[in-house]
Design a protein around this ligand. Structure first.
Ligand code: MGD
Ligand code: MGD
Ligand code: SF4
Ligand code: MO
Length: 719
């Protein structure tokens, strides 16, 4: 297409930019020579990341862009779906065909039978995909946040406590780190934690695994997997019993303290010891250390993505509130955007970008999880497992077409086989990607997407506070295009076919969207282009400002939950394995944790890059040497892993490690092998999600599934 061939070339030089490979948004410096990024590394002058960076930025971002296996042109499948045979086609042919197919599906089954899949609204591609779907008339799009930070977000919402990213580690006297391995997941946060420790702040780490933070902790608490809520409730119990809570903050800013006090009455440290395996005295010590504050709660995925995840976060959020650690230096600070600036989640909720309420209420999963899916949901997205069910059964209504972008659902959703069956059942699948992922292999048409070095983004990072800019450093390789250009071109074609409900994606380029995000903030795109980022003066939220809840207070007793008949108070919900009968427990003697992050990979990305494969060539199962010995296993051996109530098996390589307790094994996620044969490329073999189920149980509030804490057994592989 003309617009692609005439794209302006970009100048050579050295530029400030922002790495967009993950939501740490590290400030970066890029060197461009001959139209190619030849160096990509940390910017020590970045106000928020201050030189922190990781190998995924240095090697991964250029590696993805200049990958010899990069998808550079649109392709149509040339054999049956999943045959691995493809023909290169033009953008015009690709988009016309997609428009024709979607028009047919829309006419035959209704707009809601077309569904999107993206990662989540931290990225523009997800907003764009959601608004594209809405324009077609479908409120249905899947995000992977039910497997990520969804429980934290829903708890924050129903508690009226928007404190995500507001950890004031720099000024704290105590950091309470729960289910978070910043050492790998977030180099910016890890640098801050280490600095806090060096200047004498305390560090309490709650993690079943002896991670690097546990090694430098004042107190390391090692709970049974999935039982953290009991620790938080017992800490609240101690604070109240010993009168160590902030009576002033509770009186003026909390709702439901008396009810909370009653709820925690039975959660003595001794009771929590029985549930969690953590000595009561340790819980008391931790509670006192935390209460002496100011203390900041740093939380992670280790207590999220679970069928009891929202209640676990509710308990910690209540602890943060009654200790008065909110909107106080060194505590957890409420976050707000710079005046006039918008973020993607805001835009998703703005009336001008929405469908009529009656349609949005039919978002798949909104009937069952109204605080997750549909108009009242955090990001308004669907409940994924219910969508997969709909793809397979046509219930609650048919789903016949999928547009997936920037997500590798075949590898990253639990129950790989079922995801494949669901994709097979569809009439039409489009995947926008950087390479032929196992998800893309099940498409009818694949579209080449630009990478973080080729497209621009604008974002607000609360620490700093800074508005950061990701520069389109180089023109796209091949015919890759940014999401927004794909979406507008497709919507034009659908409009010509009278297949739109209401055009709610008004911007035609990434630049237009970014200018819209900057809004009336007084920050201009020209300023960002010149300087790479704009640091703003600190803008703390005063405590006197009402909290975003029905009562205007932090809701220890949540009115939003009580209104829909759910438990309004935080509680301990035991991990599901505790309900398993004895025969299952003896057949599956171990507990599995999945999702250990690896420095060289970002989920399923970089899996064919030589530098990454050199660091980590095979998927590992960390196992205590004593347990391995009892199983007759040696280091490096391949084992088959089967999860109780799971969906299949997967193969992993034993790695001896005494970091986790003897009854716990842990593994990563995101494994596939790009060099292996299509369509699965190892995704049914070495990917832990081939062994997990996505069919429940679900968190009653967020609909999240368990990706850890199940019983499992391992057997030596025969070959
Ligand atoms: N290099 C790299 N960095 C990444 C990513 C990546 O793929 N690669 N992914 C990014 C994304 S999207 C995310 S969501 C984050 C996730 O990163 P984190 O938020 O750090 O989450 P995890 O690594 O899943 O787990 C953190 C810790 O939780 C512990 N844990 C497991 N079960 C429990 C439990 O029951 N209780 C407690 N208290 N702890 C438990 C684990 O032992 C682990 O040490 O990482 C981000 N950063
Ligand atoms: N068992 C288990 N499952 C898990 C987890 C776990 O711990 N255990 N973790 C969960 C978590 S926290 C997360 S966040 C998810 C991650 O799940 P995914 O988001 O599916 O993971 P990625 O591998 O990052 O997939 C992104 C894909 O999109 C491509 N991509 C990257 N940027 C862009 C872009 O700008 N546009 C487009 N079109 N494509 C792009 C990448 O090349 C890659 O192929 O996995 C979840 N699944
Ligand atoms: S942590 Fe690594 S991948 Fe994430 S933004 Fe920073 S450099 Fe990029
Ligand atoms: Mo995530």
């Amino acid at each position: 297409m003309g617009s692609i061939e005439t794209r302006p070339t970009k100048p050579d030089g050295v530029f400030t930019t922002t790495c967009w490979e993950c939501s740490a948004y590290c400030g970066a410096i890029a060197k461009v020579e001959g139209g190619r990024v030849v160096e990509f590394g940390p910017n020590v002058d970045s106000p928020h990341s201050a030189g922190a960076f990781c190998i995924k930025g240095i090697r991964g971002a250029p590696g993805l862009t200049y990958n010899p296996n990069r998808l550079l042109y649109p392709h149509r499948r040339a054999g049956p779906r999943g045959s691995g045979k493809w023909t290169r086609i033009s953008w015009d042919d690709a988009l016309d065909e997609i428009a024709d197919k979607l028009t047919d599906v829309r006419r035959n089954y209704g707009p809601q039978s077309i569904v999107g899949a993206t990662s989540g609204a931290a990225f523009s591609r997800s907003l764009v995909t959601a608004l594209m779907l809405r324009s077609i008339g479908s409120p249905n799009w899947m995000i992977n946040q039910d497997l990520c930070g969804g429980c934290r977000a829903v708890s924050a919402k129903v508690s009226g406590l928007p404190i995500a990213s507001g950890e004031d580690i720099a000024n704290t006297r105590c950091a309470l780190v729960v289910g978070r391995n910043s050492h790998i997941a977030d180099p910016v946060e890890w640098a801050k934690l280490k600095a806090a420790r060096q200047r004498g702040a305390d560090l309490i780490v709650i993690d079943p695994k002896r991670i690097p933070a546990a090694e430098i902790a004042s107190i390391w608490i090692r709970p049974r997997v999935g039982t953290d809520a009991a620790i938080a409730l017992a800490m609240i119990h101690v604070l109240i019993r010993e009168n160590r809570y902030d009576t002033d903050f509770v009186r003026h800013h909390c709702h439901g303290f008396d009810a909370l006090e009653k709820r925690v009455a039975t959660f003595t440290p001794e009771a929590a010891e029985k549930l969690t395996g953590v000595p009561a005295a340790t819980i008391v010590d931790a509670a006192r250390m935390y209460a002496s504050g100011p203390a900041t709660f740093v939380s992670g995925h280790g207590i999220d993505a679970a069928s009891n995840g929202v209640q676990t976060f509710r308990a910690f959020h209540a602890l943060v509130a009654i200790s008065g650690n909110i909107d106080r230096p060194g505590g957890n600070l409420r976050q707000r955007l710079p005046k006039g600036f918008s973020n993607y989640i805001d835009l998703l909720h703005r009336p001008e970008h929405r469908l009529p309420l009656a349609i949005e209420q039919r978002t798949i999963g909104a009937d069952r999880f109204p605080l997750w899916a549909g108009p009242r949901g955090w990001q308004t997205a669907c409940h994924n497992p219910t969508v997969i069910e709909a793809m397979l059964t046509g219930k609650p209504h048919p789903v016949r077409a999928l547009y997936a972008s920037g997500v590798n659902i075949l590898v990253t959703y639990p129950d790989t086989r079922r995801t494949i069956e669901a994709l097979r059942a569809l009439d039409f699948v489009t995947v926008a990607a950087h390479q032929m992922t196992p998800t893309a292999e099940w498409a009818d048409i694949v579209l080449p997407k630009t990478t973080t070095l080729e497209e621009e983004e604008v974002s607000f990072v609360p620490s700093g506070p800074t508005v950061v800019f990701t520069r389109a450093l180089v023109p796209p390789q091949g015919q890759a295009r940014p999401e927004i250009e794909i979406a507008t071109d497709l919507l034009d074609r659908l409009e010509a076919r009278q297949a739109l409900t209401k055009r709610v994606l008004p911007w035609r380029s990434q630049r237009e969207l970014n200018i819209h995000l900057l809004g009336d903030s007084q920050i201009t795109i020209e300023q960002l282009e010149a300087e790479g980022f704009v640091q703003l003066p600190p803008d703390p939220v005063p405590r006197s400002q009402p909290f975003p809840s029905a009562s205007g207070r932090v809701e220890l007793y949540s009115l939003a939950l009580s209104e829909i008949g759910l438990d309004p108070l935080p509680d301990y919900l035991p991990p599901n394995r505790d309900d398993r009968p004895p025969d299952i427990r003896s057949r599956y003697p171990l507990t599995i944790v999945t999702g250990d992050r690896e420095k060289s990979y970002h989920h399923s990305r970089f899996r064919d890059q030589p530098w990454a494969l050199k660091v980590s060539p095979d998927p590992r199962l960390s196992i205590h040497p004593a347990t391995a010995e009892a199983h007759g296993l040696s280091d490096g051996e391949w084992v088959e892993v089967e999860v109780a109530g799971g969906a299949g098996t997967c193969r992993l390589r034993v790695k001896f490690s005494d970091a986790q307790p003897p009854d716990v094994v842990s593994t990563g996620m995101g494994w596939w092998r790009p060099a292996e044969p299509a369509p699965h490329r190892g995704a049914l073999d070495i990917n832990i999600n081939a062994a997990l189920t996505y069919s429940g149980p679900y968190d009653p509030i967020s609909g999240s599934s368990d990706i850890r804490g199940q019983l499992c057994r391992i057997t030596r592989c025969q070959d």
